[in-house]
Design a protein around this ligand. Structure first.
Ligand code: CTP
Length: 218
């Protein structure tokens, strides 16, 4: 199985980037629990300051474009792909090879952005193996379930883990709560608890969809 974790960083110059608050803890919990269940795990780690989980193949990545390449490579022979990473939707249109300096008395130039590839939509739309299960994550602040359903359809994944975000919720926390929406209409609530508990429920639902009777993920 392939798990992406952490948050991408989109460089502006050699010392600055556009990033996000993802700690990587949920993705690392997914990798650890999958390995404990006997799966062969590739963890694509985007800027997470966490120790490598034992028995997991860890591939460090920086930007969304690097993550896309790593995901597509690893997904080629994977039974499941779980996109827990917070991927920047946009990156700076240009990269300044030297540090951007402030100019006396001048307002800064606006930062132009361009779209990054949508990795989850791409992996969902062109499955590397038949029966491959693809899982996305969504962080929503309002109309959590309705927005989640719309996003699940738009991305084309099999499962979407929907987190409600707000102050002290989700980012950097040790605990999490979520609703996992299935493309088959299913809805699984996971009560507030350790990120490992949410991870176990994700793998239960993935294993169900892989349709195995005695798989390594059970
Ligand atoms: N994702 C991705 N590639 C991107 C952006 C997001 O693969 N360029 C994946 C994330 O890893 C996550 C899911 O898509 O699994 C949800 O991303 P989100 O940013 O919430 O979705 P958006 O389509 O950007 O929707 P929004 O309008 O809420 O930003």
């Amino acid at each position: 199985v392939v798990v992406s974790a952490g948050g991408t960083r989109e460089p502006l110059d050699p010392v600055r980037f556009l990033g996000n608050r993802s700690s990587g803890k949920q993705g690392y919990a997914l990798a650890r629990t999958a390995a404990a269940r006997g799966a062969r795990v590739t963890l694509l780690a985007a800027n997470a300051a966490l120790p490598d989980p034992a028995g997991v193949d860890v591939v460090p990545v920086g930007t969304a474009v690097e993550l896309r390449e790593a995901v597509l490579r690893a997904a080629a022979d994977a039974d499941a792909v779980v996109m827990a990473a917070a991927v920047a939707d946009f990156r700076p249109a240009t990269y300044a090879g030297g540090k951007i300096k402030k100019q006396d008395g001048q307002e800064p130039a606006p930062i132009a952005l361009v779209r990054n590839p949508d990795i989850l939509a791409e992996v969902s739309g062109s499955r590397a193996r038949s029966g491959q299960v693809v899982v996305g994550f969504a962080a929503e602040t309002d109309d959590v379930l309705a927005n989640g359903r719309t996003k699940l359809k738009r991305k084309g994944c099999d499962l979407l883990v929907v987190n409600e975000v707000g102050e002290r919720k989700t980012f950097g926390a040790e605990e999490n709560e979520a609703v996992i929406l299935g493309a088959d209409g299913s809805e699984t609530s996971v009560a507030h608890g350790p990120k490992e508990a949410l991870a176990e429920t994700v793998w239960d639902l993935v294993a169900e969809r892989l349709g195995r009777t005695d798989p390594s993920l059970h």
